[in-house]
Ligand binder design. Structure first.
Ligand SMILES: Nc1ncnc2c1ncn2[C@@H]1O[C@H](COP(=O)(O)OP(=O)(O)OP(=O)(O)O)[C@@H](O)[C@H]1O
Length: 270
């Protein structure tokens, strides 16, 4: 059974149809990346899955049950690190555990474990203003992981970071995903990011937002999977297969962006 199912989902805001006819299945433990032109409804799709808003038509199933609101089975990471400024890194990760009723002592230990997982051992007592952007985003990821949601929903989590930090967090996220087996739905504007991270890349159309195509991405076994020693990092990014995927997705996306711009022009001239 698929972990997540979108069945004929539509979302309208007044007269405006943001999403229409979304049918999508995401398997358990799958890493799906969603790309699409600006304003095509990527965040709307993720908000619906997160239970932050409800579909106008159709339904979304998680483990076979309709999503009716937010839940601890889904962790959400946004572009802006929504950390509590008055709490330390450890305190912020613990915060995510308070709602789940984990005893205080265990909370501390678990928060330390997850800060360690995202490479922040030694920074437990720092406050957000004493951390770099990349470190703050790591804290946000650790907080979402600590209460052990089955599903991780990520809305352009690395968009505000510099290229190097972004690439190192991409590797870390892949490692965490491989280690924990979570189902990940990740939104990005970056085609390279999509190819690097995704097992599948869903390309969306705009106005209304629909799924245009789902491109499976496979580079053979990559490090982190058992004893695999395949390419990663720069070696993978500069490989011919990588360039091919990037080109395929770029072409799908380019047509959509051109179509969306044309529609905008036509509307403006009416
Ligand atoms: N609460 C709302 N009320 C009215 N319109 C909305 C609302 N939320 C989103 N929209 C509209 O729905 C469309 C999809 O928005 P959404 O933020 O999901 O797109 P996106 O693909 O995530 O965009 P971007 O890539 O620019 O972040 C946009 O045209 C947006 O203006």
């Amino acid at each position: 059974m698929a972990k997540i199912v979108f069945e004929g989902v539509r979302k309208t805001f007044g007269d405006f149809t943001a999403l229409d006819g979304i049918d999508l299945e995401i398997g358990s433990g799958e890493f799906l990346v969603v790309v699409g032109p600006s304003g095509c409804g990527k965040s709307t799709l993720l908000d619906l899955l997160g239970g932050l808003s409800t579909p106008t038509a159709g339904r979304i199933l998680l483990d076979g049950k309709p999503v009716t609101g937010p839940g601890l089975d889904r962790g959400i990471v946004f572009q802006q690190y929504a950390l509590l400024p008055w709490r330390t890194a450890l305190g912020n990760v613990e915060f995510g555990l308070e709602a789940t009723g984990v005893p205080r002592r265990e909370r501390k230990a678990r928060a330390r474990e997850f800060l360690d997982l995202v490479g922040l051992s030694g920074f437990e007592d720092r406050h957000p203003h004493q951390l770099s952007g990349g470190m703050r985003q790591r804290v946000a990821i650790a907080r979402s992981l600590a209460y052990d949601p089955d599903v991780l929903l990520m809305d352009e989590p690395f968009a505000a970071l510099d290229a190097q930090t972004r690439e190192s967090l991409q590797d870390e996220l892949r490692r965490i995903w491989q280690r924990t087996g979570k189902t990940v739905v990740f939104i990005t504007h970056g085609i390279e990011e999509a190819v690097y991270l995704g097992q599948k890349v869903a390309v969306m159309t705009s106005r209304p937002g629909r799924i245009k195509e789902i491109v499976p991405v496979a580079f053979g076994e990559r490090p982190g999977t058992g004893t695999a020693t395949g390419p990663q990092g720069e070696e993978l990014r500069s490989s011919p297969e990588f360039a091919r995927y990037r080109h395929d997705i770029w072409t799908l996306l380019h047509d959509e962006v051109a179509r969306a711009q044309q529609l905008e022009k036509e509307e403006a001239s009416v």
